[in-house]
Design a protein around this ligand. Structure first.
Ligand code: ADP
Ligand code: MG
Ligand code: ZN
Length: 502
């Protein structure tokens, strides 16, 4: 099926009602892997961070990472889930070289957290409740690189390389109940849910949840049923969608594709699909396994996890302010609209702007730089704001230099450029590049005198009361000082020297 075979979004919604299910995998930020002591820092050579346990060698035994369990409980509590009094790990058996054990240690019918919900806020301010089925612990797989084929996929490859550094890194999988009743806003709900979950995970401090780095990825399940009917249609499952925008686009595309198939009398097959950034389309992956295919059974090498109620309550007491409520509070403090806050959320800038304000900047200035100049730079470089080589403290320092008149906006932009280029702190960059606004009154006075002398006719007009003409002289002084003068002060000096009232 190509993009042109789609039914228009409006026509699809006129006939069908979408039902969605979102499965989000979050890579935890623990120091070591879930069942062994190997480091989770992926900086070194392939297979350098492995041991007999995560390589599945005979005789090795796994041990549960307590911080991993603690993080899972925190996530479960923040999602309003019940925390199991007792649960076990299970083996999910499959033969594929990305898991050297030939099974993935996961949880099956006994997840650590279940039956919760997350309230998400939509663009128009309405709150939509997404019900959570379960959150369970598992481990990540290794990474395969297929060499020799055109697409990087295994098809057509000559050989494959395997790196098990990632195998065994703790993952939490969070699965929603079927999301019904979102109607035409289903794609927006999907995006808002993933955005909210990302903020929650970050606020809990259990992961940086950087989607572009694969630390958080979403599978989008979607089906359609004829409007007015109850029974769910067959779902497709678009795997590993890794940006907020892509989650929204994948849901939208699948609605249009399902509608095209169904309205022409076809049937949807249950399968996984791949999402393509370039055109927002999805293509067929593999026919979906049923749970029975995995021959799940309880993991005999690990003791059950039985978190005491005291521990659970201790963890509940450490939960931070909910991101949605925090955003509403900040929105009022900063005096901005729902829509502006939504843009800040989608840009991943809430924490960055807050930290900049905490470092002393005015909130308007902090928003202006992060959502303007810095967002532009991040966009150009194709990275997230958080990945830019500048800290909130440095942004606050530049804002302070602007506020005290040492820099104007133009010079501030050059200072940002210097900091991002690794030339040092804002003060160092200003010093090295000679960016300070000329505020030395003597030097300014001389520059103003010269401008007046060189533009006698204009000066006369101003003396005669045509104050508006002062702009031309200000321009001349700014040019002479290479933009480094405080324009407002220059104007004052010109009027003063020509003896007219501003
Ligand atoms: P699997 O591991 O096979 O993908 P899960 O039950 O873990 O199955 O996840 C399926 C997800 O899809 C869940 O979020 C579930 O609520 C949702 N879901 C189940 N059936 C449907 C359906 N017919 N249409 C849309 N979503 C569905
Ligand atoms: Mg799934
Ligand atoms: Zn290991």
């Amino acid at each position: 099926m190509t993009v042109t075979d789609l039914v228009s979004y409006e026509d699809a919604l006129a006939a069908y009602d979408p039902v969605m299910g979102l499965e989000v995998h979050v890579e935890l930020g623990t120091k070591t892997k879930m069942f062994c002591g190997c480091s989770t820092e992926l900086k070194q050579d392939a297979n350098s961070q492995t041991c007999p346990t995560c390589l599945g060698l005979p005789g090795s035994l796994p041990v549960v990472n307590a911080t991993g369990v603690e993080s899972a409980i925190k996530i479960g509590l923040a999602l309003n889930c019940t925390i199991a009094e007792w649960c076990r790990f299970a083996r999910k058996n499959y033969f594929y070289p990305d898991m050297p054990k030939n099974f993935q240690t996961s949880q099956y019918d006994e997840p650590i957290a279940f039956d919760g919900y997350l309230d998400v806020q939509l663009e128009d301010g309405e709150v939509f409740r997404v019900e959570i089925e379960r959150a369970h612990m598992e481990e990540d797989t290794g990474k395969s690189t297929h060499v020799g084929g055109a697409t990087g996929r295994i098809h057509g490859a000559r050989h494959s390389l395997l790196d098990y550094n990632r195998a065994g890194i703790p993952l939490i999988e969070i699965v929603t109940k079927p999301i019904e009743g979102a109607g035409e806003r289903a794609p927006e709900v999907a995006k808002a849910y993933v955005a909210e979950l990302r903020e929650l995970i970050k606020a809990l401090g259990v992961s940086e949840a950087r989607m572009e780095m694969g630390q958080m990825r979403c599978d989008v399940n979607l089906s359609l049923r004829p409007n007015g009917t109850q029974k769910f249609g067959t779902r497709s499952e678009t795997k590993n969608v890794n940006s907020l925008r892509s989650v929204e686009r994948a849901a939208r595309f699948e609605i249009q594709r399902h509608a095209a198939v169904l309205s022409s009398g076809g049937t949807i097959i249950q399968e996984t699909r791949h999402f393509h950034e370039e055109d927002g389309s999805t293509t067929s992956g593999r026919v979906k396994e049923e749970a029975e295919d995995y021959r799940y059974f309880p993991e005999p090498d690990l003791v059950p996890v039985a978190p005491s109620r005291e521990w659970v309550e201790e963890l509940r007491a450490t939960l931070p302010e909910l991101p949605r409520l925090r955003r509403n509070r900040l929105r009022e403090e900063w005096g901005i609209s729902e829509h502006d806050m939504q843009s800040i959320l989608n840009a991943g800038a809430v924490d960055l702007i807050t930290a900049t304000v905490d470092a002393g900047a005015d909130s308007a200035a902090a928003r202006k730089w992060w959502m303007g100049e810095l967002a532009r730079r991040a966009n150009e470089d194709g990275v997230e704001l958080a990945a830019l080589a500048i800290t909130p403290e440095q942004v606050a320092r530049i804002a302070a230099l602007v506020a005290e008149g040492s820099l104007n906006d133009k010079l501030a932009r050059q200072t940002f450029e210097g900091v991002l280029a690794g030339e040092g702190d804002p003060d160092t960059v200003v010093e090295k590049r000679g960016l300070k606004v000329v505020s030395d009154e003597g030097a300014l006075g001389t520059a103003v005198d010269e401008a007046i002398a060189a533009n006698a006719a204009i000066a006369d007009k101003i003396r005669g009361g045509k104050v508006a003409a002062a702009g031309a002289l200000v321009g001349a002084v700014m040019k002479a000082t290479r933009g480094q003068a405080d324009a407002a002060r220059v104007r004052e000096l010109i009027l003063e020297k020509l003896g007219v009232e501003g």
